[in-house]
Design a protein around this ligand. Structure first.
Ligand SMILES: [Fe+2]
Length: 397
């Protein structure tokens, strides 16, 4: 990331910075990886440590399924039940391991009357449908359909969406979510061959300073519980901050695809990295231009990764069973590849309009009890189906 600042800060860190009434603003250093990672310095009106009440924690999270057999998996999560759900209750974790969890979230309510903090993971929200704002201590960030919203752990936030369809793919990471290391120079700047650059990254644009007193609930996610902390001041009581650690948005529509004469491997689609997993974007692009090129991907054996695809937009909907909002999991240990009929059909195709998000994990994923409701039992045998002509283009790997 890069240095950013909003609001008022003193010229020198850790020095006297006074409010109009003569009292000191309360400085808070928010740092990652101890004091070795990126950090920001926040200036509060009230001490961030002053708690009004601690309520009982509530268990939170999905249960891992441990006896799921090795098989190609399709989760048809296009029709997630949204009845009465808000942002946290609507988050359904479908796949998980120690490094990351993958959830779908289609809340019925459009705004939150509490604040939320994930104390154990960075979060990436892929906004499949929806437009609104992420409002955090770092300010107001406009969020649009197609955005990845990257929220470092411990950022206190709430979401406000406009009326209309709302669907989020949420990736929670036990390690920091970062831009791709091979696209950065030694000082962290994104290089010329990166598919996106700093101009595409949108920081919070406007600081929100709330001075009112009352009861402000912050739900804190940690170790299988939501912990309920009540404060008598808003956590958005900042007059300024600066540093490298802040939430940001990056639109999948600003990812510039890398294409070639022959089929390009999945790493050209990489967008973010975490420890033991990557996030990739498959965006509309021209196909390979070698005269004998085969645009459809080759059969592929993952020998050390599980491969998850989330189908966002495009002509995959003509692939039997796969719908907008579906997930596939192609686990390590089995080859996967184009469905019958699709390889020949792809030849001489000029372009694709597919949009998909891929999460490749380097340790096996587990299904959860929430995911079983979406299981497509026919998918493992779908490559054997003789009615191959009914399948259409799916050019993601
Ligand atoms: Fe693959």
């Amino acid at each position: 990331m890069y240095y950013h600042r909003l609001g008022k800060i003193p010229p020198k860190r850790h020095t006297q910075f006074r409010q109009p009434d003569g009292t000191l603003y309360k400085e808070e250093v928010v740092s990652s990886e101890g004091f070795s990672g990126i950090y920001s310095i926040l200036y509060h009106i009230h001490p961030p440590t002053r708690i009004r009440e601690i309520k009982d924690p509530a268990p939170y999270g999905a249960k891992r399924v441990d006896d799921y057999a090795l098989r190609q998996t399709h989760l048809n999560s296009s029709r997630v039940d949204t009845t009465g759900d808000d942002y946290l209750t609507a988050r359904k974790v479908l796949l998980t391991n120690a490094d990351c969890s993958i959830s779908i979230c289609a809340p019925k309510t459009r705004s939150m009357d509490y604040f939320y903090k994930n104390a154990e993971g960075d979060e990436v929200l892929f906004v499949h449908d929806g437009n609104g704002f992420l409002i955090s201590q770092f300010g107001k960030l406009e969020v649009r359909k197609g955005d990845y919203v990257v929220i470092p752990r411990t950022v206190i936030y709430k979401l406000e969406f406009a009326d209309g369809p709302l669907r989020l793919l949420i990736i929670e990471s036990a390690s920091p979510v970062e831009t791709v290391k091979r696209y950065r120079n030694q000082l962290g700047q994104l290089l010329e061959h990166s598919p996106y650059c700093e101009r595409d990254i949108r920081p919070p644009a406007e600081l929100v300073t709330e001075t009112s007193s009352g009861q402000f609930l912050v739900k804190i996610k940690k170790q299988g519980f939501l912990h309920h902390y009540v404060y008598d001041h808003s956590p958005l009581d900042l007059v300024g901050w600066d540093g490298f650690l802040w939430p940001y948005a990056f639109s999948i529509n600003d990812f510039e695809p890398i294409t070639g004469r022959i089929h390009q491997p999945p790493p050209v689609h990489q967008t973010f990295q975490g420890r033991n997993f990557v996030i990739c974007s498959f965006v509309p692009r021209l196909f390979d231009y070698h005269p004998l090129a085969i645009p459809a991907p080759y059969n592929h054996s993952n020998i050390d990764s599980d491969e998850v695809l989330y189908y966002a937009e495009g002509n995959f909907m003509s692939r039997r069973g796969i719908e907008r909002g579906s997930f596939t999991l192609h686990p390590g240990g089995l080859p996967h590849g184009p469905h019958p009929g699709t390889v020949e059909k792809s030849i001489n195709a000029r372009e694709t309009h597919e949009l998909a998000v891929m999460i490749d994990t380097f340790r096996p994923l587990h299904l959860t009890n929430e995911s079983l409701a979406f299981l497509d039992k026919n998918y493992p045998m779908s490559w054997t189906d003789k009615s191959g002509e009914s399948f259409n283009e799916v050019h993601t790997p």
